[in-house]
Design a protein around this ligand. Structure first.
Ligand code: ATP
Ligand code: PAU
Ligand code: K
Length: 247
């Protein structure tokens, strides 16, 4: 059966989905770049739709992987207006294609005032109103990046803990150095999410709106905040699907 392969090439991981002839999405790989080559493309892929915010060398990893299968690739880029969504940037191309596609995917799913919070390498927040107008957004360091930016600038303080790979906890205090750092970074993320809600309700006067969460750090949010929104890990792929469907 003919399939389209959709690829969301992030700064840390590559997420993919297959789209069937009816336009239905089936999530496939969610892997680090180094693992991509362990996977072979399924038979019957007719076209590839790629959105990448990553570096040149990471892009080459994806291109080499696709090259082996001799597939032509449609590279989707940010537009000023498409699928009912209007970009707020004066220089519309500067908006990351992942942010653009997440908005396209969200608005296609439900045309409603929406806050999209993606917590991956970076944490991005974007607001679109019920008319599909992007009002603007935020870019902040992701939880992992926050932690490592402190460690890199104060390495002596964290000797022996550099390789720790557990995460901090929302609403908890630390009583030693690594716990203070881990809890501090997670709670900075939690505070950003609460501030996004506060801005939506007190600055924008939104009351009937949705909050959509995506990205690897969403499990770190406390239950009360997670309940305020819905997890949509495939928003960028949903946006790519809009492009792939109309072709
Ligand atoms: N189990 C986990 N708990 C909490 N955070 C996690 C967990 N696993 C990964 N992360 C965080 O999620 C990040 C990866 O996020 P994601 O899976 O969205 O990929 P990404 O490629 O970084 O996303 P992006 O598309 O923004 O580049 C890591 O940098 C790490 O901070
Ligand atoms: C902010 C990131 C890194 C989030 O993945 C990405 O969307 C990006 O590289 N954006 C370009 C800058 C911008 O969106 O204004
Ligand atoms: K992202």
């Amino acid at each position: 059966m003919a399939h389209k392969l959709l690829i969301d090439a992030g700064n840390t991981r590559v997420k993919t989905a297959l789209m069937d002839a009816e336009g239905h999405l089936e999530p496939w790989l969610n892997v680090a770049y180094a693992e991509l080559n362990q996977h072979t493309l399924p038979d019957g892929i007719e076209s590839v739709w790629l959105a990448s915010v990553s570096s040149q060398d990471r892009n080459q990893v994806v291109e080499a992987w696709l090259d082996n299968a001799k597939k032509t690739v449609v590279r989707v880029v940010t537009e000023s207006k498409a699928f009912g969504v209007t970009n707020s940037y004066a220089e519309f191309r500067n908006l990351g294609v992942d942010r653009w596609l997440a908005m396209v995917g969200a608005f296609d799913e439900q045309p409603k005032a929406t806050v999209i919070i993606d917590a991956g390498t970076a944490i991005t927040v974007d607001w679109i109103d019920e008319n599909g107008q992007h009002l603007g957004g935020w870019i902040a360091p992701g939880v992992h990046l926050m932690k490592h930016s402190v460690i890199n600038r104060a390495p002596g303080v964290f000797v022996g803990h550099e390789g720790d790979d557990h995460w901090g906890k929302a609403h908890q205090l630390g009583q030693n150095t690594p716990e203070c750092l881990l809890n501090g970074c997670v709670n900075a993320f939690v505070g950003l999410v609460r501030q996004a809600i506060a801005v939506s309700e007190t600055e924008l006067d939104w009351f009937d709106y949705r909050i959509l969460f995506s990205g690897g750090s969403i499990p770190l949010l406390p239950a009360d905040l997670k309940r305020r929104g819905e997890v949509r890990s495939e928003l960028v792929l949903q946006g790519l699907a809009c492009y792939a469907r109309q072709a």
